[in-house]
Design a protein. Structure first.
Length: 377
Protein backbone atom coordinates (compact mmCIF):
# COMPACT_ATOMS: atom_id res chain seq x y z
CA UNK A 1 0.00 0.00 0.00
CA UNK A 2 1.55 3.32 -1.06
CA UNK A 3 1.83 6.09 1.49
CA UNK A 4 1.69 9.00 -0.95
CA UNK A 5 -0.51 9.96 -3.89
CA UNK A 6 0.89 12.50 -6.31
CA UNK A 7 -2.14 14.24 -7.75
CA UNK A 8 -1.49 15.89 -11.09
CA UNK A 9 -4.31 17.79 -12.79
CA UNK A 10 -3.70 17.96 -16.49
CA UNK A 11 -5.10 19.64 -19.50
CA UNK A 12 -3.10 19.16 -22.69
CA UNK A 13 0.12 18.25 -20.98
CA UNK A 14 1.08 15.23 -23.10
CA UNK A 15 4.44 16.76 -23.96
CA UNK A 16 5.35 17.19 -20.31
CA UNK A 17 3.92 14.01 -18.82
CA UNK A 18 6.61 11.44 -19.68
CA UNK A 19 9.39 13.51 -18.16
CA UNK A 20 7.24 14.35 -15.15
CA UNK A 21 6.35 10.72 -14.44
CA UNK A 22 9.93 9.61 -14.88
CA UNK A 23 11.28 12.27 -12.54
CA UNK A 24 8.57 11.80 -9.90
CA UNK A 25 9.19 8.07 -9.61
CA UNK A 26 12.96 8.41 -9.74
CA UNK A 27 12.81 10.89 -6.88
CA UNK A 28 10.42 8.84 -4.76
CA UNK A 29 12.08 5.48 -5.26
CA UNK A 30 15.51 6.95 -4.46
CA UNK A 31 14.07 8.18 -1.17
CA UNK A 32 12.27 4.94 -0.42
CA UNK A 33 8.82 6.42 -0.69
CA UNK A 34 6.01 4.20 -1.92
CA UNK A 35 4.07 6.51 -4.17
CA UNK A 36 1.33 6.34 -6.75
CA UNK A 37 0.41 9.01 -9.25
CA UNK A 38 -3.11 10.05 -10.06
CA UNK A 39 -3.43 12.04 -13.26
CA UNK A 40 -6.76 13.84 -13.49
CA UNK A 41 -7.18 14.80 -17.10
CA UNK A 42 -10.06 16.72 -18.59
CA UNK A 43 -10.30 14.74 -21.79
CA UNK A 44 -7.37 16.53 -23.42
CA UNK A 45 -7.42 14.24 -26.46
CA UNK A 46 -3.69 14.68 -26.95
CA UNK A 47 -2.52 11.16 -26.21
CA UNK A 48 -2.49 11.49 -22.43
CA UNK A 49 -4.24 8.09 -22.14
CA UNK A 50 -1.52 6.31 -24.14
CA UNK A 51 1.24 7.91 -22.15
CA UNK A 52 -0.37 6.95 -18.86
CA UNK A 53 -1.08 3.41 -20.05
CA UNK A 54 2.47 3.07 -21.31
CA UNK A 55 4.18 4.48 -18.26
CA UNK A 56 1.68 2.60 -16.08
CA UNK A 57 3.42 -0.63 -17.05
CA UNK A 58 6.52 0.55 -15.29
CA UNK A 59 5.18 2.85 -12.58
CA UNK A 60 2.07 3.10 -10.47
CA UNK A 61 0.21 5.65 -12.58
CA UNK A 62 -3.57 5.88 -12.63
CA UNK A 63 -5.51 8.09 -15.00
CA UNK A 64 -8.93 9.57 -14.42
CA UNK A 65 -10.42 11.14 -17.49
CA UNK A 66 -13.21 13.57 -16.78
CA UNK A 67 -15.51 14.04 -19.72
CA UNK A 68 -18.24 16.23 -18.30
CA UNK A 69 -16.29 18.69 -16.26
CA UNK A 70 -13.39 21.07 -16.80
CA UNK A 71 -11.47 23.10 -14.32
CA UNK A 72 -8.35 22.89 -12.25
CA UNK A 73 -9.91 23.14 -8.80
CA UNK A 74 -12.54 20.48 -9.36
CA UNK A 75 -9.90 18.23 -10.97
CA UNK A 76 -7.79 18.48 -7.82
CA UNK A 77 -10.83 17.80 -5.63
CA UNK A 78 -11.62 14.79 -7.78
CA UNK A 79 -8.06 13.53 -7.28
CA UNK A 80 -8.32 13.98 -3.52
CA UNK A 81 -11.60 12.11 -3.46
CA UNK A 82 -10.31 9.23 -5.56
CA UNK A 83 -7.09 8.75 -3.65
CA UNK A 84 -6.78 6.53 -0.59
CA UNK A 85 -3.31 7.14 0.81
CA UNK A 86 -2.53 8.95 4.06
CA UNK A 87 -0.36 11.59 2.37
CA UNK A 88 -1.30 13.66 -0.67
CA UNK A 89 0.73 16.00 -2.79
CA UNK A 90 -0.56 18.22 -5.58
CA UNK A 91 1.63 19.52 -8.37
CA UNK A 92 1.48 21.04 -11.85
CA UNK A 93 2.28 18.81 -14.76
CA UNK A 94 4.29 21.46 -16.54
CA UNK A 95 7.57 20.74 -14.66
CA UNK A 96 7.55 24.14 -13.03
CA UNK A 97 7.40 22.30 -9.70
CA UNK A 98 10.58 20.27 -9.31
CA UNK A 99 9.65 16.62 -8.55
CA UNK A 100 13.00 16.19 -6.82
CA UNK A 101 11.54 18.10 -3.88
CA UNK A 102 8.89 15.43 -3.16
CA UNK A 103 11.05 13.57 -0.59
CA UNK A 104 11.45 16.83 1.26
CA UNK A 105 7.67 17.25 1.46
CA UNK A 106 7.26 13.67 2.66
CA UNK A 107 9.95 14.14 5.26
CA UNK A 108 7.95 16.95 6.84
CA UNK A 109 4.69 15.01 6.60
CA UNK A 110 6.29 12.10 8.38
CA UNK A 111 7.42 14.52 11.07
CA UNK A 112 3.79 15.44 11.68
CA UNK A 113 3.33 18.56 9.53
CA UNK A 114 -0.28 19.43 8.72
CA UNK A 115 0.48 21.26 5.52
CA UNK A 116 3.65 21.61 3.47
CA UNK A 117 3.86 24.11 0.65
CA UNK A 118 6.57 24.73 -1.92
CA UNK A 119 7.39 28.35 -2.28
CA UNK A 120 9.38 30.46 -4.66
CA UNK A 121 8.92 33.44 -2.37
CA UNK A 122 10.23 32.07 0.92
CA UNK A 123 13.78 32.93 1.79
CA UNK A 124 16.06 30.71 -0.19
CA UNK A 125 13.55 30.19 -2.98
CA UNK A 126 13.34 31.95 -6.31
CA UNK A 127 10.81 32.62 -8.95
CA UNK A 128 11.21 32.58 -12.66
CA UNK A 129 13.75 35.25 -13.60
CA UNK A 130 11.88 36.06 -16.80
CA UNK A 131 8.89 37.44 -14.90
CA UNK A 132 7.99 40.96 -15.87
CA UNK A 133 7.55 43.75 -13.36
CA UNK A 134 3.79 43.44 -13.81
CA UNK A 135 3.83 39.71 -13.05
CA UNK A 136 5.85 40.31 -9.92
CA UNK A 137 3.58 43.10 -8.76
CA UNK A 138 0.54 40.97 -9.45
CA UNK A 139 1.92 38.16 -7.36
CA UNK A 140 2.92 40.48 -4.50
CA UNK A 141 -0.55 42.01 -4.31
CA UNK A 142 -2.23 38.60 -4.49
CA UNK A 143 -0.07 37.33 -1.65
CA UNK A 144 -0.63 40.42 0.43
CA UNK A 145 -4.39 40.06 0.15
CA UNK A 146 -4.20 36.53 1.52
CA UNK A 147 -2.17 37.60 4.54
CA UNK A 148 -5.14 37.73 6.87
CA UNK A 149 -5.96 34.11 6.19
CA UNK A 150 -2.61 32.48 6.79
CA UNK A 151 0.93 33.30 7.83
CA UNK A 152 2.38 31.39 4.91
CA UNK A 153 4.57 33.50 2.63
CA UNK A 154 3.15 32.15 -0.55
CA UNK A 155 -0.19 30.45 0.03
CA UNK A 156 -0.93 30.70 -3.68
CA UNK A 157 1.53 28.08 -4.76
CA UNK A 158 0.07 25.07 -6.52
CA UNK A 159 2.70 22.70 -5.12
CA UNK A 160 1.63 21.47 -1.70
CA UNK A 161 1.16 18.37 0.40
CA UNK A 162 -0.90 17.39 3.42
CA UNK A 163 -2.04 14.36 5.36
CA UNK A 164 -5.58 13.25 4.62
CA UNK A 165 -6.53 13.57 8.29
CA UNK A 166 -6.60 17.39 8.13
CA UNK A 167 -9.66 17.20 5.88
CA UNK A 168 -11.76 15.33 8.41
CA UNK A 169 -13.31 18.41 9.97
CA UNK A 170 -13.44 20.58 6.89
CA UNK A 171 -17.10 21.25 6.10
CA UNK A 172 -16.82 21.92 2.41
CA UNK A 173 -14.18 22.77 -0.10
CA UNK A 174 -15.51 24.92 -2.86
CA UNK A 175 -12.84 27.12 -4.36
CA UNK A 176 -13.93 29.53 -7.01
CA UNK A 177 -11.02 29.84 -9.37
CA UNK A 178 -8.10 27.62 -8.72
CA UNK A 179 -6.37 28.39 -5.43
CA UNK A 180 -7.18 25.13 -3.76
CA UNK A 181 -4.11 25.15 -1.51
CA UNK A 182 -5.24 28.45 -0.02
CA UNK A 183 -8.71 27.01 0.44
CA UNK A 184 -7.39 24.07 2.42
CA UNK A 185 -5.05 26.28 4.45
CA UNK A 186 -7.88 28.60 5.36
CA UNK A 187 -10.50 25.97 6.11
CA UNK A 188 -8.62 23.07 7.60
CA UNK A 189 -7.15 23.30 11.02
CA UNK A 190 -3.49 23.33 9.98
CA UNK A 191 -1.36 23.93 13.03
CA UNK A 192 2.01 22.91 11.78
CA UNK A 193 2.62 24.48 8.39
CA UNK A 194 5.98 24.16 6.66
CA UNK A 195 7.21 26.15 3.69
CA UNK A 196 9.88 24.66 1.50
CA UNK A 197 11.84 27.29 -0.38
CA UNK A 198 12.58 26.25 -3.92
CA UNK A 199 13.32 27.53 -7.37
CA UNK A 200 10.09 27.70 -9.33
CA UNK A 201 10.23 28.17 -13.08
CA UNK A 202 7.61 28.89 -15.67
CA UNK A 203 6.75 26.06 -18.00
CA UNK A 204 9.08 25.32 -20.91
CA UNK A 205 6.53 23.44 -23.00
CA UNK A 206 2.87 23.97 -23.70
CA UNK A 207 0.98 27.03 -22.58
CA UNK A 208 -0.63 28.25 -19.38
CA UNK A 209 -4.25 27.13 -19.09
CA UNK A 210 -5.27 29.68 -16.54
CA UNK A 211 -7.09 32.55 -18.09
CA UNK A 212 -7.43 36.08 -16.82
CA UNK A 213 -10.98 35.27 -15.77
CA UNK A 214 -9.79 32.56 -13.45
CA UNK A 215 -7.22 34.86 -11.99
CA UNK A 216 -9.89 37.48 -11.34
CA UNK A 217 -12.01 34.87 -9.57
CA UNK A 218 -9.29 34.91 -6.97
CA UNK A 219 -10.80 38.05 -5.49
CA UNK A 220 -14.16 36.35 -5.06
CA UNK A 221 -12.46 33.36 -3.57
CA UNK A 222 -10.65 35.56 -1.05
CA UNK A 223 -13.86 37.25 -0.02
CA UNK A 224 -15.47 33.90 0.64
CA UNK A 225 -12.54 32.63 2.62
CA UNK A 226 -12.48 35.74 4.78
CA UNK A 227 -16.18 35.28 5.30
CA UNK A 228 -15.64 31.71 6.33
CA UNK A 229 -12.87 32.53 8.76
CA UNK A 230 -14.27 35.68 10.26
CA UNK A 231 -17.94 35.29 9.55
CA UNK A 232 -19.40 37.90 11.89
CA UNK A 233 -16.57 40.42 11.86
CA UNK A 234 -16.29 40.22 8.07
CA UNK A 235 -20.00 40.95 7.89
CA UNK A 236 -19.66 43.96 10.16
CA UNK A 237 -16.68 45.30 8.23
CA UNK A 238 -18.56 44.93 4.95
CA UNK A 239 -21.67 46.54 6.41
CA UNK A 240 -19.51 49.40 7.66
CA UNK A 241 -17.77 49.82 4.32
CA UNK A 242 -21.11 49.88 2.54
CA UNK A 243 -22.34 52.43 5.06
CA UNK A 244 -19.38 54.71 4.40
CA UNK A 245 -19.90 54.49 0.66
CA UNK A 246 -23.59 55.29 1.29
CA UNK A 247 -22.65 58.41 3.17
CA UNK A 248 -20.73 59.52 0.10
CA UNK A 249 -23.77 58.92 -2.09
CA UNK A 250 -26.00 60.71 0.41
CA UNK A 251 -23.80 63.79 0.48
CA UNK A 252 -23.31 63.89 -3.30
CA UNK A 253 -27.06 63.78 -3.99
CA UNK A 254 -27.89 66.20 -1.22
CA UNK A 255 -25.44 68.79 -2.53
CA UNK A 256 -26.30 68.23 -6.19
CA UNK A 257 -30.05 68.43 -5.67
CA UNK A 258 -29.87 71.44 -3.39
CA UNK A 259 -27.24 73.56 -5.09
CA UNK A 260 -27.33 72.43 -8.70
CA UNK A 261 -31.04 71.87 -9.13
CA UNK A 262 -32.32 74.29 -6.52
CA UNK A 263 -34.48 71.72 -4.72
CA UNK A 264 -35.56 72.76 -1.24
CA UNK A 265 -32.91 71.49 1.17
CA UNK A 266 -35.31 69.51 3.34
CA UNK A 267 -36.73 67.71 0.33
CA UNK A 268 -33.29 66.96 -1.07
CA UNK A 269 -32.29 65.68 2.34
CA UNK A 270 -35.14 63.18 2.28
CA UNK A 271 -34.48 62.23 -1.35
CA UNK A 272 -30.76 61.74 -0.86
CA UNK A 273 -31.47 59.59 2.19
CA UNK A 274 -33.73 57.30 0.15
CA UNK A 275 -31.19 57.08 -2.68
CA UNK A 276 -28.33 56.36 -0.30
CA UNK A 277 -30.34 53.79 1.65
CA UNK A 278 -31.27 52.08 -1.63
CA UNK A 279 -27.62 52.02 -2.61
CA UNK A 280 -26.75 50.46 0.74
CA UNK A 281 -29.54 47.94 0.44
CA UNK A 282 -28.33 46.84 -2.99
CA UNK A 283 -24.72 46.39 -1.92
CA UNK A 284 -25.67 44.64 1.29
CA UNK A 285 -27.97 42.31 -0.57
CA UNK A 286 -25.20 41.31 -2.94
CA UNK A 287 -22.13 41.42 -0.80
CA UNK A 288 -22.66 41.65 2.91
CA UNK A 289 -25.21 39.05 3.86
CA UNK A 290 -24.81 35.45 2.86
CA UNK A 291 -28.52 34.78 2.49
CA UNK A 292 -29.17 38.29 1.18
CA UNK A 293 -30.46 37.23 -2.20
CA UNK A 294 -32.98 34.71 -0.89
CA UNK A 295 -35.70 37.26 -0.46
CA UNK A 296 -37.77 39.14 -3.01
CA UNK A 297 -36.08 42.47 -3.78
CA UNK A 298 -39.10 44.80 -3.51
CA UNK A 299 -40.16 43.83 0.00
CA UNK A 300 -36.59 43.61 1.14
CA UNK A 301 -35.82 47.09 -0.17
CA UNK A 302 -38.78 48.53 1.76
CA UNK A 303 -37.78 46.66 4.89
CA UNK A 304 -34.27 48.03 4.56
CA UNK A 305 -35.57 51.59 4.17
CA UNK A 306 -37.52 51.10 7.40
CA UNK A 307 -34.48 49.74 9.24
CA UNK A 308 -32.32 52.57 7.87
CA UNK A 309 -34.93 55.08 9.06
CA UNK A 310 -34.91 53.54 12.52
CA UNK A 311 -31.12 53.76 12.43
CA UNK A 312 -31.30 57.36 11.33
CA UNK A 313 -33.81 58.17 14.08
CA UNK A 314 -31.57 56.54 16.68
CA UNK A 315 -28.64 58.51 15.31
CA UNK A 316 -30.37 61.86 15.29
CA UNK A 317 -32.43 61.16 18.45
CA UNK A 318 -29.45 60.24 20.57
CA UNK A 319 -27.61 63.33 19.34
CA UNK A 320 -30.54 65.50 20.32
CA UNK A 321 -31.04 63.81 23.70
CA UNK A 322 -27.37 64.06 24.58
CA UNK A 323 -26.85 67.63 23.51
CA UNK A 324 -30.14 68.79 25.10
CA UNK A 325 -29.52 67.19 28.44
CA UNK A 326 -25.83 66.77 29.08
CA UNK A 327 -23.85 70.01 29.32
CA UNK A 328 -20.57 68.25 28.51
CA UNK A 329 -22.05 67.03 25.23
CA UNK A 330 -23.34 70.47 24.43
CA UNK A 331 -19.74 71.63 24.55
CA UNK A 332 -18.36 68.60 22.74
CA UNK A 333 -20.89 68.08 20.03
CA UNK A 334 -18.61 65.96 17.91
CA UNK A 335 -18.60 63.29 20.57
CA UNK A 336 -22.40 63.26 20.58
CA UNK A 337 -22.27 63.19 16.78
CA UNK A 338 -20.14 60.03 16.75
CA UNK A 339 -22.15 58.35 19.49
CA UNK A 340 -25.17 58.98 17.30
CA UNK A 341 -23.50 57.47 14.26
CA UNK A 342 -22.43 54.45 16.27
CA UNK A 343 -25.89 53.85 17.72
CA UNK A 344 -27.61 54.44 14.40
CA UNK A 345 -25.31 52.03 12.60
CA UNK A 346 -25.78 49.48 15.39
CA UNK A 347 -29.56 49.65 15.10
CA UNK A 348 -29.42 49.51 11.37
CA UNK A 349 -27.05 46.56 11.35
CA UNK A 350 -29.02 44.55 13.89
CA UNK A 351 -32.36 45.15 12.23
CA UNK A 352 -30.92 44.45 8.79
CA UNK A 353 -29.36 41.25 9.94
CA UNK A 354 -32.36 39.87 11.78
CA UNK A 355 -35.31 41.16 9.76
CA UNK A 356 -34.12 42.22 6.35
CA UNK A 357 -31.43 39.89 5.09
CA UNK A 358 -30.77 36.80 7.03
CA UNK A 359 -33.55 35.11 8.83
CA UNK A 360 -31.63 31.89 9.42
CA UNK A 361 -28.87 32.00 11.98
CA UNK A 362 -27.46 28.70 10.82
CA UNK A 363 -26.16 30.29 7.67
CA UNK A 364 -23.39 31.91 9.66
CA UNK A 365 -20.80 29.24 9.08
CA UNK A 366 -21.22 29.52 5.37
CA UNK A 367 -23.64 26.74 4.69
CA UNK A 368 -25.78 29.07 2.61
CA UNK A 369 -26.20 28.90 -1.12
CA UNK A 370 -23.28 31.20 -1.80
CA UNK A 371 -20.79 28.84 -0.30
CA UNK A 372 -22.35 25.54 -1.20
CA UNK A 373 -19.98 23.30 -3.04
CA UNK A 374 -18.42 19.93 -3.10
CA UNK A 375 -18.14 17.94 0.02
CA UNK A 376 -15.08 15.85 -0.30
CA UNK A 377 -14.61 13.78 2.80
N1 LIG B 1 -7.70 18.69 -15.22
C1 LIG B 1 -7.44 19.97 -15.48
N2 LIG B 1 -6.19 20.46 -15.29
C2 LIG B 1 -5.96 21.76 -15.56
C3 LIG B 1 -6.95 22.65 -16.02
N3 LIG B 1 -6.42 23.88 -16.19
C4 LIG B 1 -5.12 23.76 -15.85
N4 LIG B 1 -4.83 22.49 -15.48
C5 LIG B 1 -3.56 21.92 -15.03
O1 LIG B 1 -3.22 22.58 -13.83
C6 LIG B 1 -1.83 22.83 -13.78
C7 LIG B 1 -1.59 24.33 -13.63
O2 LIG B 1 -1.96 25.00 -14.81
P1 LIG B 1 -0.94 25.92 -15.60
O3 LIG B 1 -1.46 26.12 -16.97
O4 LIG B 1 0.44 25.37 -15.47
O5 LIG B 1 -1.06 27.25 -14.79
P2 LIG B 1 0.09 28.28 -14.47
O6 LIG B 1 1.20 27.49 -13.83
O7 LIG B 1 -0.53 29.26 -13.54
O8 LIG B 1 0.46 28.84 -15.79
C8 LIG B 1 -1.23 22.21 -15.03
O9 LIG B 1 -0.82 20.90 -14.75
C9 LIG B 1 -2.43 22.20 -15.98
O10 LIG B 1 -2.34 21.19 -16.94
C10 LIG B 1 -8.27 22.11 -16.22
O11 LIG B 1 -9.20 22.79 -16.61
N5 LIG B 1 -8.45 20.78 -15.93
MG1 LIG C 1 2.14 25.89 -14.24
Amino acid sequence: MPELTVIVPTYREAENLPELIERVFTATSCADIKAEMLVVDDNSGDGTEHICADMGKKYSVRLITRKEERGLATAVLCGIRESTTGFLIIMDADLSHPPEEIPNFVHHLRQGADFVIGSGCAQGGSRDPTWSLFQRLNSEVARLLARGLTTVNDPLSGYFAFPRRILTDVPQLSPVGYKIGLEILAKANCRKVVEIPMAVFDRQRGESKLTLRERLLYLRHLRRLYRFRFSRSAEIVQFGAVGISGTGVDLTFFLTLTYLFGVHHQISRALSFIIAASWNWFLNRWFTFVGGRDRKPGKQWLAFLVSASVGFTANWGSYKLLTDNIPYMTQHRLIAFFIGIFLGAGFNYTLSRVFVFRPFEERIRGEGPEVAGEKIV
